[in-house]
Design a protein around this ligand. Structure first.
Ligand code: GDP
Ligand code: MG
Length: 298
């Protein structure tokens, strides 16, 4: 892994209409990887991905944010809790107003987590400077990692926000290799998480001879549980034995570690089934390109 490359997961949280989607669209631009606008209630999903030369930020949409006003209060708690678990940075967005009860409650919930929380005061174009300063003053004693005033609509301070987020991210893999796969980013990231565990556990024994394909992902109805089936491909029969390990021990470890990370990402329970298959010379075939979208690495 390239140590200079940074990656991580970021959640944008705030009351309806504060400007979350506007910010994401500004950041992600036309290549926005919005998976679906359908409200969903049981798990996190990937909402957008920005890839730079040396970084990749994956924006997570947390459940509860699209909730109608009447149910907002009860869902805020859940949102706050789930958001805090799987991400590296939380962007808590508000409008430049003081004393909004829902904002204060949500801020207090979010700040309980260990994850750094930025206060993003959006729509600065709508208020005179002294009013903005009052908002900053009202929140300055909270434990926000950063306070960033901005206008998502006009773009004011957007670059600064992005640079500040990057400061909080660790070095990590480029989970998502190719812009043409924006309709299924979750599959790619999950495949990458499994591949990462495989490489980590096998060290140098089978360098680069591995690819992972997600065969199926199914959410159980009404339960925060996802069944995932994935195939690990290797190039030789002898490699297969190493990946599976004695009594299946290695494969079990790969599964346990991957399941843990996927559960964190999607914020739901994961039932992970892993298969190992030999596919000789898969790197030479267009099967690799088609199925894994890893063209850039060849
Ligand atoms: P969300 O519900 O949090 O996703 O909010 P949206 O992104 O859908 O924005 C709600 C409304 O606020 C839209 O009409 C946006 O154009 C507007 N809006 C968002 N950001 C700004 C901003 O920085 N300044 C102004 N004046 N309006 C904004
Ligand atoms: Mg929105």
């Amino acid at each position: 892994m390239d140590n200079k490359f940074k990656s991580g997961f970021v959640a944008v949280i705030g009351r309806p209409n504060v400007g979350k989607s506007t910010l994401l669209n500004r950041f992600v631009g036309e290549k926005v990887a919005i998976v679906s606008n359908k409200p969903q209630t049981t798990r996190n999903k990937i909402q957008g991905i920005i890839t730079g030369d040396d970084y990749q930020i994956i924006f997570i949409d947390t459940p509860g944010i699209h909730t109608p006003k009447t149910r907002l209060a009860e869902n805020m708690v859940k949102t706050a809790e789930s958001a805090a678990r799987g991400v590296d940075v939380i962007l808590f967005m508000i409008e430049p107003k003081v004393g909004v009860k829902a904002d204060i409650e949500l801020a207090e919930k979010l700040l309980k987590a260990k994850t750094p929380v930025f206060l993003v005061i959006n729509k600065t174009d709508t208020v005179p400077k002294p009013d903005l300063l009052k908002v900053i003053a009202a929140y300055k004693d909270y434990n926000f990692a950063e306070i960033v005033p901005m206008s998502a609509l006009k773009g004011e301070n957007a670059d600064n926000l992005m640079e500040t987020v990057l400061k909080y991210l660790q070095s990590g893999p480029r989970y998502f290799p190719d812009d043409s796969y924006t309709d299924k980013p979750e599959k790619f990231i999950i495949a990458e998480l499994i591949r990462e565990k495989t490489l980590f556990l096998l060290q140098d024994e089978i360098p680069h001879g591995i690819a992972v394909e997600i065969m199926s992902m199914k959410e159980r109805k009404g339960r925060p549980l996802m069944d995932i089936e994935a195939t690990i491909y290797c190039e030789k029969e002898s490699h297969k034995g190493i990946i599976i390990g004695k009594n299946g021990g290695v494969l079990k470890q790969i599964g346990t570690k991957a399941r843990h990370d996927i559960a964190k990402l999607l914020d739901c329970e994961i039932n992970l089934q892993l298969w190992v298959k030999v596919k000789e010379n898969w790197r030479d075939s267009d099967f690799y390109i088609r199925n894994f979208g890893l063209k850039q690495e060849i």
